[in-house]
Design a protein around this ligand. Structure first.
Ligand code: SF4
Length: 378
């Protein structure tokens, strides 16, 4: 095991100044970036804290008790988040995902959810509001989240074997508690529920089949995520990546699968349905998904923007810097000006890191400066 080098540039201290164009063009809901990709999906990180220390996201060696988490005053308030989200919706956003860190650690998050649930798309439709959680607090909060207007939830679970799971989350948290949270989410009427498993070759890949067997026919969509070189702290190595094609092959060897069509443009997961006796997809058996940022990049229709917990706009999960929107929000700029600033940033976007990853030399890939996933959400 090679010595883990942990260079860290504190992204939270840097940021590009967002400028406001002289002419404010009214939002049309059809904003495209430099590669013609629309803005449809906004991921909002509501905290940089988490109660897990997953090695691929928030390794304990870095995010220890002395780690300088953001002070509360630095975080966008719920009102500020909702104001910013309203401009994104005016530009075409239809889906909002709340992330972190662990979003359920943010006190009274139900208030934010009810504010976001009141927003409407340009066509007057409610937004698709979802949340990604490690499930540790879900059993306690599921009902309140549903009542506040949350529609669905994605739960991270990297194995069913308690020893493996505790090794992955590095805080000794039991699988049973996460499964209890998933049941509570279902009872509260949140759905469809998705479960995300990050697959790290040599650590938890032997859990792929037990997870597939467990969730097959349950109505819950299990997705396998390739281990990614996000941030600058997880010591990522290519030989610890198990390509999704091998994940599908392993499952199909026991549980036959048929490939399914994407359910929406810009969907990150490739869908595979469990086949029935006739070889066709049996919806009662359900489906899995694979998210292959390393071996099958999906940048060409990436319609996702990310807002960090203190108001920086990131245009890619692997970005090396963000745009400071908080200064605009806390200044005397009106909504039209804020919307115009966001439009100018998105129109200049040409990010496609995963497509370029293999062509980038280590010292030009921005490795040491890539933003931490725990700071902007997955
Ligand atoms: S690497 Fe960046 S541009 Fe490509 S899909 Fe991921 S977030 Fe989108």
């Amino acid at each position: 095991m090679s010595e883990r080098v942990i260079p860290l540039v504190d992204q939270r201290l840097t940021g590009r100044r967002a400028t406001v164009p002289a002419r404010h063009i009214a939002p049309t809901g059809l904003l495209g970036d430099a590669l013609g990709r629309p803005l449809r999906d906004l991921r909002i990180s509501v905290t940089d804290r988490c109660n897990f220390r997953c090695s691929y996201c928030m390794p304990k060696e870095v995010f220890d008790k002395d780690y300088p988490y953001l002070p509360h005053a630095a975080l966008l308030s719920f009102e500020e988040i909702t104001r910013v989200a309203r401009q994104f919706v005016a530009h075409g956003v239809q889906k909002i995902r709340l992330t972190g860190g662990e979003p359920l650690l943010r006190k009274n998050i139900e208030i934010l959810i009810s504010q976001l649930a009141a927003l409407r798309t340009m066509e007057g439709q409610p937004l698709d509001i979802t949340l990604t959680t490690n499930g540790s607090l879900l059993a306690r909060k599921a009902r309140a989240l549903r009542d506040a207007g949350l529609q669905r939830v994605t739960v991270s679970l990297d194995g069913l074997d308690d020893t493996v799971f505790r090794q992955m989350n590095d805080v000794d948290f039991p699988v049973a508690e996460v499964l209890r949270g998933i049941d509570a989410a279902r009872e509260a009427g949140l759905g469809p529920i998705k479960v995300n498993m990050v697959v790290k070759r040599g650590t938890n890949d032997h859990e792929i089949l037990p997870m597939a067997r467990h969730f097959r026919g349950s109505g819950i969509v299990l997705r396998f995520i390739e281990y990614m070189d996000v941030g600058a702290t997880n010591g990522w190595r290519m030989d610890e990546v198990l390509p999704s094609a091998q994940v599908v092959k392993r499952i199909a060897a026991e549980l036959p699968l048929v490939q399914l069509e994407p359910s929406a443009p810009g969907e990150t997961a490739e869908r595979w349905g469990y086949a029935g006796a006739d070889g066709a997809h049996d919806p009662n058996l359900g489906e899995i998904g694979v998210i292959s940022s390393v071996t099958q990049a999906f940048c060409r229709d990436c319609n996702r923007a990310r807002l960090s917990t203190e108001g920086k706009l990131y245009l890619c999960l692997f970005a090396t810097e963000g745009w400071d929107l908080r200064s605009l929000v806390r200044g005397d700029l009106d909504d039209a000006g804020l919307a115009a600033a966001i439009a100018a940033i998105w129109q200049g976007r040409d990010d496609r890191y995963s497509e370029l990853r293999s062509t980038l030399a280590p010292d030009t890939s921005g490795g040491a400066r890539r933003v931490e996933m725990s700071y902007i959400g997955g």
